[in-house]
Design a protein around this ligand. Structure first.
Ligand code: ZN
Length: 303
């Protein structure tokens, strides 16, 4: 499977409102969620869960500094078995779930029961600065218990408990009954920073509650800026940055080969003589790398 194509065809924006006391991020992520669903052969409830987490992680990392990386990991006891998503400052995001085929009936509101599929557990955030430069700095790590497993509430709870930032978080994935089944995905995060006016906070909470469903707006052609306009109502905002985002993995044949080369001699011998080759599958993007006998012999001779 080819990973090199630049597939950043979705958009993320970040901005401020109310004199800088409100920070806002919004994204349309339809293509990248569809790409994740296709690569991992996701069943619908799982596509909704991973799609929301991919979108939330991109939004949370919307103002990452160059070379930084953000990882959101959900470790839970539901059928999905856990979710891992990584986003970087370049707008690349990748992620996977433990069980791509987890399935549950729709809930009483006719929605995919993401909360039940995820179950109870923990929500972990890791921020590595300078990661892409190969610098090692102590990563910033924080965790909170999951509240509903519906993902948006869990991002909001994390921001409140861990960063003391009251936030409105909207994350949506809309699916069609047949392939290509992701028809819309996107969301927004609005953060009330220290000094934000109470009346502004309550006004934003009210407009977010009343705004049309984000995925419905996206299916009708809404941009990230349209989503922020709907969420902020009368409050003016200024867009400070915009970037293309996409599902992209950094795995490669060379990385897979160097991983295999690090195995001990006996393991390599057994791969060579018993399996007559080796197969490595990348968790993040499901790409498969095959090494034949000749490849293995070359690795053993180099090592
Ligand atoms: Zn990969």
């Amino acid at each position: 499977m080819e990973n090199k194509a630049d597939s950043r065809s979705d958009t993320l924006i970040h901005g401020t409102a109310a004199g800088g006391t409100v920070r806002c991020m919004a994204a349309v992520t339809t293509n990248l969620v569809a790409e994740a669903a296709r690569r991992h052969d996701l069943w619908p409830t799982v596509a909704a869960a991973l799609g929301r987490t991919l979108t939330g992680t991109l939004l949370l990392g919307g103002t990452l500094k160059e070379f930084d990386r953000l990882t959101v990991q959900i470790v839970s006891d539901g059928l999905i078995g856990g979710i891992t998503v990584e986003a970087n400052a370049k707008g690349q995001v990748r992620g996977y779930v433990r069980n791509p085929e987890a399935h549950l009936p729709v809930n009483e509101r006719g929605k995919f029961d993401v909360g039940a599929a995820v179950g109870g557990g923990m929500f972990y955030v890791t921020h590595e600065s300078g990661y892409d430069l190969g610098l090692y700095r102590e990563p910033y790590r924080a965790s909170v218990p999951l509240v509903t497993g519906e993902i948006a509430e869990d991002f909001a709870h994390y921001l409140m408990k861990s960063e003391q930032i009251p936030s409105a978080v909207v994350l949506g994935v809309h699916l069609l009954p047949q392939a290509p089944f992701v028809s819309a995905a996107g969301g927004l995060i609005i953060q009330m920073m220290p000094g934000a006016d109470d009346t502004i906070i309550s006004s934003i909470e009210a407009t977010v509650r009343q705004m049309p469903q984000a995925t419905m707006m996206i299916r009708e052609g809404a941009t990230p800026s349209d989503l922020l306009r709907a969420a902020l109502g009368e409050i003016e905002f200024e867009i400070m940055g915009e970037k293309a985002v996409g599902f992209e993995c950094h795995c490669s044949y060379e990385r897979a080969a160097s991983m295999i080369a690090s195995f001990d001699r006996a393991e390599l011998e057994s791969m060579l003589h018993e399996d007559r080759g080796a197969v490595m599958t990348c968790h993040f993007c499901n790409a498969t790398y095959r090494l034949d006998e000749g490849d293995l012999m070359r690795l053993m001779n180099e090592g």
